[in-house]
Write a protein that binds this ligand. Sequence first.
Ligand code: NAP
Length: 333
Amino acid sequence: MLKLGIIGTNWITDQFIDGIKADGRWELASVYSRTMEKATAYQQKHGFAEAFADIDQFFEEGSFDTVYIASPNSMHYQYARQAIENDKHVIVEKPSFANIDEFAQIEGLLQAHPGVRLLEAARHVHTPLFKAVQAKMAEMTRIQGATLTYMKYSSRYDKVLAGERPNVFTLDFAGGALYDLGVYPVYAAVALFGEPESVVYFPTLIETGADGKGVAILGYESFEVTLNFGKTANSHMPSEIYGLKDTIVLDNVADFSNASYFDDDQVEHPLATETAANPMKYEIETFTEILQDPTNETQVKNYQKWFLMSKHVNGLLFTLRESAGLDFPSDDQ
Ligand SMILES: NC(=O)c1ccc[n+]([C@@H]2O[C@H](COP(=O)([O-])OP(=O)(O)OC[C@H]3O[C@@H](n4cnc5c(N)ncnc54)[C@H](OP(=O)(O)O)[C@@H]3O)[C@@H](O)[C@H]2O)c1
């Protein structure tokens, strides 16, 4: 059995733990929270063996072999660093790290700890429906780009409008639309089309100085991909991948439940696959297989594929941010 430790006690960790329990190949070992009161409450809520409120003690004495990091984005680097130094595997929530220097430092540290694996929780690219879209794309004779959309109003924007500064909407915590919901279309673009040749991001800035929504354009050799994303408005626009006469349409690019292929005659063919009630199910399956048998040749290849994708996404997020002049305070540290 794999042994899980967690950092971050918000709803996303609840969803991850539900997926871990359903998977059945994990024990709930250790929980860290900034206060002992919260750590104990969370331990009891889910049935963890031990609780910590001291981060050094958590990493040095915790009986877990894998840590799931779901803290604000700006904290991922520090926690991942400590995990690797203590030879714990890391599952880090998206976006993995706030800039390319952080990613490079973590990559160097992983090279010094070759038994440790670091996986980024980008749930949508692990789903059967996303894989069905990839398979259908491979059959199309010509691809001419895409428009990928994910824009959902966040209740935390109500707080910004009321004068508060929730982590996710501040540059101090490496927040903003691009580094939150924007990660989904960026990941999808990298998974479907690879690394672009040129990029530009047009953000809509909000009261905190962060981006509330925005449009990014990724230039590839023979087409472009447009990404629409944000947290200060709602979009009902589907996402589309353009062939010549044919098109793939997804209901959105993160929480998709439907995708269809429209053939040359515009006849719709639904891409039928299962969708799980817990959207984290499929990434948990992939991660569990890699972590259960990390030196198995197939799992090493799987790991290298996902790690490289994380690296490309990290680089692309950073370049997009640079193109818009959006600096995080942590960039200078
Ligand atoms: N994959 C997905 O679908 C999905 C969905 C939502 C979020 N996410 C990702 O999950 C991560 C967490 O997002 P979130 O919205 O849950 O963040 P959050 O509410 O700002 O913080 C998450 C947790 O981190 C701890 N925390 C809060 N402020 C902190 C601070 N100043 N310093 C250190 N720890 C702090 C808190 O745990 P304690 O009070 O217990 O210490 C809190 O429960 C982000 O990277 C986000 O992008 C992923």
